[in-house]
Design a protein around this ligand. Structure first.
Ligand SMILES: [Zn+2]
Length: 87
């Protein structure tokens, strides 16, 4: 651990903050219910937090045309606003 020069830790710290910020903004844009929680999650680890976030949020989800919430691909009606999805 201590064999790394301080600049490496500064770099890693900046990377972690950039990652957390990106995840938080992306989660808020996608109207995820727990955007801030995702942001905190992004602070834990680089880059596995980012990989997990992308896998979880991108897996089989589509955006509702009406309320823009992320809904499961297989659902025919939006669980948030009740809009029927056109196939
Ligand atoms: Zn909707």
């Amino acid at each position: 651990m201590s064999k790394f020069p301080p600049i490496v830790w500064v770099f890693l710290g900046a990377l972690v903050i950039a990652q957390a910020t990106w995840i938080f903004r992306d989660a808020r844009l996608r109207r995820e219910s727990y955007a801030w929680l995702w942001g905190l999650f992004g602070l834990i680890n680089v880059p596995s937090s980012l990989i997990i976030y992308i896998l979880v949020t991108r897996r089989g989800n589509v955006q509702c045309e009406q309320c823009h919430k992320s809904i499961p691909q297989e659902s025919h009606v939006c669980p948030y606003c009740g809009k029927k999805k056109d196939e």
